[in-house]
Design a protein. Structure first.
Length: 69
């Protein structure tokens, strides 16, 4: 994948955690579970934790995580 900012090739790796992760349009302060009815997106989790393939551009300090992989 090419970086949308500098157009150089990005490094493929994983954004990962031993706990569950989710995307939200706001910071949660208490309940760290996604509310999918409000459009929050859960990152898949299994026995080894949660992870999503993520492309990194070190030059631009940008990560991109396609959610359909
Ligand atoms: Zn870049």
């Amino acid at each position: 994948m090419k970086c949308p900012y500098c157009n150089e090739e990005m490094e493929l790796g994983y954004l990962q955690s031993s706990h569950s992760m989710f995307w939200s349009d706001k910071k949660h302060k208490h309940m760290f579970r996604p509310n999918t009815k409000n459009g929050e997106i859960a990152i898949p989790i299994d026995l080894w934790g949660s992870y999503v393939e993520t492309y990194l551009c070190r030059k631009c300090n940008v990560m991109i995580s396609p959610l359909n992989k």
